[in-house]
Design a binder for this molecule. Structure first.
Ligand code: GLY
Ligand code: MN
Ligand code: MN
Length: 435
C-alpha cells in the first residue's frame, strides 16, 4: 500500500515545483451506464496519486508559496449523509477525511464554488488539466471571472494557466518501491490468470468462458477490476488488434491470443500470451510464435538504464523483419523492408508503452525532439506481435495466425526486472502446462 506520508510528499513535491500558485485537481465524475445505473466508479489517476482518496465528487486544491515557506492542501469532498449511506455505503465526509488522509483543510464539496474564488485571490498561476472535462473547465473559468470582478477592490486574478500534467506526468513516470510492490502483486495476479486460462482452454469452448476464468482469478485475488477490457481472441480474431467481442467458439488447430491484466490498488498490469487451443503448436504456428518470442526477448534484453526509449522497439523490429523475410512474408533486405514499411502489413503497432496507474500511462516518450533515456524506476510493457491476414502474396499456412507476447518490465540500476515472468512463454513451457 502507499502510505499517507507518501501522498503528502507527492503533494509537497508538486508544490515545490509550482513555486507560487494554486493547483486544482478534481477526481473523475460518475458516469451513467444505463438510466439510473452508473458504471463502476474509477477515480481520476492524478487525483488519486496525490490523495489516495477514492470517493467521487472530490477536488484537491494545493496552495503553494514556496518563498514564504507555506503550502496548504485542501480537500473538498461529499458530506457524510446517513440516508445516502444506507443505500450506497460509507462516505468519509470532510472531518474524517482530514484525519485519515492527513489533509490540512477539508470542506464539503457543496462549498467549492463559494470558496474556490477566494483561494484564487492574488494568485499568479493556476495549475490544472484544461480540456479533460468541458463542464469542469467552464466551472473553473466562471471562478476566475468571479475573481476578476473584484479588481476594483484591489484583488488580482490569476493570469497564467499552466498544465498540471507536465509536472505530475514526470513524477508518475518514476515508480517508488511502494508502487513497485503493488505492481509486482498486480503482475502476479495477472500471470496466474493467464496460467489458469491455459489450463482451462479446450476446443469447443467459447471465448467468453475463458474470459470468465480470467475475471475469476482477478477478483478472487482481490484485484478491483480488469485494467482494460480483456481480449480473448481465437484464430483469425487475434489479427483484430482490439478484438473484445469474445463470443466465438475456440477451434482445435487455432491459436488463442489473450491480452488481459488486472488493476490492483489503482495500478495496472498488462499481459498477453498466445497459445494453441488444443495444446500443441503446428509447424507454421511454431515459426510465427518463435519469431515473435525471439523479437520479444531481444527487446527485453535492450532494456537498461541509459539506453533510449526506442531501443527495445528497434531491437524487436530487426528480429521480426529478418523473420518476415526468412518466412517469405516480405522480400528484400532488412533495411529496405524497414525503409518501405512493408513490415507494417504484419506488425503495425509499437513495442510498448509506459505502465502505471493508467494502462497506457503518462510520461513523455521524447524530450527535446529525441527519444528519452531509460532510468531505473520506469515501468513499461514489451509487446511485439505478428498478425497475418489472408492475402494473395502470403503463404496459405500462415493465414489468420496472430501472435502477441507482452510482459511488464521495470528498469533497474543494471538492466530490467520482468514483473510478469511467471506466465510461461516458451513453446516447451506452454505445451507442458497445457498437457
Ligand atoms: N492491453 C492494451 C495494450 O496492450 O496496450
Ligand atoms: Mn495488452
Ligand atoms: Mn500493452
Amino acid at each position: 500500500m502507499i502510505s499517507m506520508k507518501s501522498y503528502d510528499m507527492r503533494r509537497k513535491h508538486l508544490a515545490s515545483q509550482m513555486q507560487k500558485g494554486v493547483a486544482i485537481i478534481p477526481t473523475s465524475p460518475e458516469r451513467v451506464r444505463s438510466r439510473d445505473g452508473n458504471y463502476p466508479y474509477r477515480f481520476d489517476s492524478y487525483f488519486y496519486y496525490l490523495t489516495g482518496f477514492s470517493e467521487p465528487e472530490a477536488v484537491l486544491v494545493i496552495v503553494a508559496d514556496i518563498n514564504e515557506g507555506v503550502t496548504k492542501d485542501i480537500l473538498f469532498c461529499q458530506d457524510k449523509n446517513a440516508e445516502y449511506e444506507i443505500w450506497n455505503g460509507f462516505r468519509h465526509g470532510p472531518e474524517s477525511a482530514k484525519e485519515v488522509f492527513n489533509i490540512d483543510e477539508t470542506y464539503s464539496i457543496s462549498r467549492l464554488d463559494e470558496l474556490l474564488p477566494k483561494l484564487l485571490h492574488d494568485q499568479p498561476k493556476i495549475y490544472c488539466a484544461l480540456g479533460q472535462d468541458n463542464r469542469w473547465d467552464l466551472r473553473l473559468i466562471h471562478c476566475i471571472n468571479q475573481v476578476r470582478e473584484q479588481a476594483r477592490n484591489g484583488i488580482s486574478a490569476p493570469t497564467e494557466i499552466c498544465d498540471s500534467r507536465l509536472l505530475l506526468d514526470e513524477m508518475r513516470l518514476f515508480k517508488s518501491e511502494e508502487e513497485l510492490q503493488i505492481m509486482r502483486k498486480a503482475a502476479n495476479i495477472s500471470t496466474s490468470a493467464h496460467c489458469r486460462a491455459m489450463r482451462m482452454t479446450q476446443p469447443g469452448m467459447k471465448e467468453y468462458e475463458i474470459e470468465a476464468e480470467l475475471l475469476y482469478e482477478f477478483r478472487s485475488h482481490g484485484a478491483e477490476a480488469p485494467a482494460y477490457t480483456p481480449i480473448v481472441a481465437g484464430g483469425a480474431n487475434a489479427c483484430i488488434l482490439h478484438y473484445v467481442e469474445n463470443n466465438m467458439e475456440l477451434k482445435s488447430g487455432d491459436l488463442l491470443l489473450i491480452d488481459a491484466g488486472c488493476e490492483l490498488h489503482g495500478y495496472a498490469s498488462d499481459v498477453t500470451r498466445t497459445f494453441p487451443i488444443n495444446g500443441k503448436f503446428n509447424s507454421a504456428q511454431k515459426d510465427v510464435y518463435q519469431l515473435t518470442l525471439s523479437a520479444q526477448v531481444a527487446a527485453i534484453n535492450a532494456v537498461k538504464p541509459g539506453t533510449h526509449w526506442d531501443a527495445p522497439h528497434t531491437a524487436a523490429l530487426q528480429v521480426l523483419v529478418q523473420g518476415f523475410i526468412d518466412l517469405g512474408l516480405c522480400q528484400g533486405s532488412v533495411e529496405s523492408v524497414i525503409k518501405s514499411k512493408d513490415y507494417k502489413r504484419f506488425y503495425m503497432h509499437r513495442t510498448g508503452h509506459w505502465l502505471g496507474l493508467d494502462v497506457h500511462d503518462v510520461g513523455e516518450y521524447k524530450q527535446d525532439g529525441k527519444w528519452r533515456l531509460l532510468h531505473s524506476g520506469m515501468t513499461f510493457t514489451v509487446e511485439p506481435g505478428c498478425y497475418i491476414r489472408p492475402a494473395d502474396n502470403v503463404p496459405r499456412d500462415f493465414w489468420n495466425i496472430g501472435v502477441r507476447i507482452e510482459d511488464d518490465v521495470m528498469v533497474t540500476k543494471t538492466g530490467c526486472e520482468v514483473l510478469t515472468a511467471s506466465a510461461p512463454k516458451t513453446i516447451a513451457e506452454i505445451e507442458e502446462l497445457m498437457q
